[in-house]
Design a protein around this ligand. Structure first.
Ligand code: GLV
Ligand code: MN
Ligand code: MN
Length: 396
């Protein structure tokens, strides 16, 4: 609740977009909380924040937990923030109970998980593991034309005393707590979600170019209306994405019409596509048809389809997934296995170390919405599983 004051919206939600002044202020508060507890913070060149609780063997690879502090523009209090604060809480629990670990335990707040202000998301974790290069992200701009390079420089400059960490240091294991962001746990009456993997997703940017013209004087047969072409594309894509089992996800979340004047025939439309499926074959087949589907609906307009992001379905490490299940059982917490519909930094970490996630229910499955809510009891339960797992993994 305290963290949610940074970027607080009047409707109770949070707008703490990546590398914004609100994000910078939230990070500063988080660093203060960590330092008050005696933990050393550091950050890497892409702004990922690390908090370290030392182990007895300073040379042992750390066990890492965390999530992200950035939010959607109309986000809630829990998406990402829970995983970071659960990590800090777990460190404090290890201190309070006097548990000594061989490996260091570290908490991370990854930069720009959401991908709302700057695309694509999971920027911090993908650069950290080397899946994306710094040079690939620094030139990305937000809608106002602000570069990642400049927003990142401001963010790093706001915490000038943090030691600079190298990237891609070896990690023994990664565990991320998160609200489920869907209705499954709540409907099943389970407290702990044992996350088995993350569905794959593809993002596209579609630019439709027609011709601006006077709406009153230009005969309709002579118009090249980018909006009407784009609407035909949306309908054709909706048909392409029909899925009897309702497993395939398909969203057009941004749709911009230019010049946006009532009496000008639209000359340009830009829209985004986010599609997801747990089966790579299904995802690849539908994604492969996106460009041709848009072209076939373009009429006299031109269209450019660019794939902006692609990640395959991820299966988490069997042993760490089993450890979530065993730990929940030992603590007497009702649990079930499920896949993640949302993307997470854990998807990138799974490429470099044994990884898994712990979900807790969120009310009515609502997320990416100001009304996002999870109970203190459920958040605490997820954090208990995390703390136990960290103590276990850091002594292996
Ligand atoms: C992250 O919030 C996602 O898009 O799944
Ligand atoms: Mn998240
Ligand atoms: Mn999110």
């Amino acid at each position: 609740m305290d963290l949610a004051q940074f970027g607080a919206r009047p409707d109770g939600g949070v707008n703490r977009q990546a590398l914004s002044p609100e994000d910078i202020a939230g990070r500063a508060q988080f660093i203060t909380w960590c330092e008050e507890q005696g933990y050393a913070c550091s950050s890497d060149a892409v702004g990922n924040l690390f908090v370290r609780r030392a182990g007895t063997d300073p040379y042992a690879d750390p066990v890492l937990t965390g999530s992200h502090l950035d939010s959607q523009p109309t986000g809630g209090k829990f998406d990402g923030a829970f995983g970071v604060l659960a990590g800090l809480e777990a460190l404090q629990a290890l201190d309070d109970t006097g548990i000594i670990t061989r490996r260091p335990v570290e908490v991370v707040a990854w930069t720009n998980e959401e991908g709302s202000r700057f695309q694509p998301g999971c920027m911090g974790s993908s650069v950290f593991i080397g899946a994306t290069g710094m040079e690939d992200i620094l030139g990305c701009r937000d809608r106002d034309g602000v570069l990642v390079a400049d927003a990142l420089a401001q963010t790093l400059a706001a915490a000038p005393n943090l030691p600079r960490r190298s990237m891609a240091f070896p990690i023994a294991a990664y565990v991320e707590c998160h609200i489920e962001q869907g209705p499954i746990l709540e409907q099943a009456g389970k407290t702990i979600g044992i996350v088995t993997g993350i569905q794959g997703y593809r993002w596209f940017a579609v630019e439709v170019r027609g011709q601006e013209a006077h709406s009153g004087t230009t005969p309709r047969r002579a118009q090249k209306d980018a909006l009407k072409a784009a609407s035909a594309m949306v309908n054709a894509l909706e048909t392409l994405m029909i899925d009897e089992s309702d497993t395939l996800r398909f969203t057009i979340g941004r749709f911009e019409v230019e010049p946006g004047s009532p009496n000008v025939v639209p000359g340009r439309v830009f829209f985004t596509i986010d599609m997801r499926h747990p089966d790579q074959a299904v995802l690849a087949a539908r994604a492969a048809a996106v460009e041709a589907t848009c072209r076939a609906a373009a009429g006299t307009c031109e269209v450019t389809v660019t794939q902006t992001f692609a990640t395959p379905p991820i299966a988490f490490d069997g042993a760490v997934v089993d450890l979530v299940a065993e730990t929940a059982d030992r603590l007497g917490l009702p649990s079930m296995r499920l896949g993640s519909g949302a993307g997470h930094d854990a998807g990138y970490m799974a490429r470099v170390c044994p990884s898994a996630m712990i979900f807790v229910p969120c009310e009515k499955g609502i997320s990416h919405h100001p009304a996002e809510f999870a109970t203190s009891a459920d958040l605490a339960a997820g954090t208990r599983v995390l703390a136990d797992m960290l103590a276990d993994l850091a002594n292996r």
